[in-house]
Design a protein around this ligand. Sequence first.
Ligand code: IMP
Ligand code: MG
Length: 186
Amino acid sequence: MVSNSPDRIRLHERSFTPFLTEEDISLRVKELGQELAFRLGNGEPSFLIMLRGAFIFAADLIRASRLNGQISFVRTSSYHGTETEGKVRMHLAPDPIHVTGKDVVLIEDIVDSGLTMQAFLPELEVLNPKSITLITLLHKPESQRVPVKIDLIGFVIPPKFVVGYGLDYDGLGRQLPAIYQLAEEF
Ligand code: IMP
Ligand code: MG
């Protein structure tokens, strides 16, 4: 396929090279949408989108699934430093109306260390959802430090930093339609 995406892009003085094309992503997201619809049957799930990274993936996935369901958002960030590890800062907390008694589909961009999900999932469980299905576009198993039960994964990738399709490098690159990988070592 002829592609007009650049071979190399620069963000904040770092170089990134193509990793997953628009076509790779679109094919896989359609499969994930079908798998989600298959798993959730005729149910009406409650989609919970982890901001900001998952917003583009979620928009495509939800449409690909053809499922009816409410859509709401959550925004967290992880604390850094050993003492606060395992805690998550809640900027936009889940609304109990969209969680309690619902089949929640939690949509994440990437599971890296796993610390965000390890901290966030208990916060969701206390709201007593009927079920939780965790779906992530990307997973870096070699970077994972804590166990996380992931139900659906788009792509398993090596432990290298990636940007595009919603993921950023220090605020830049979310708008890129494809996914790029850091060209050098950090
Ligand atoms: P965790 O390490 O699993 O807690 O991942 C925390 C968050 O870090 C993810 O939800 C992403 O927003 C971000 N993140 C981790 N790895 C990458 C990456 O390669 N590119 C962009 N963001 C990343
Ligand atoms: Mg994220």
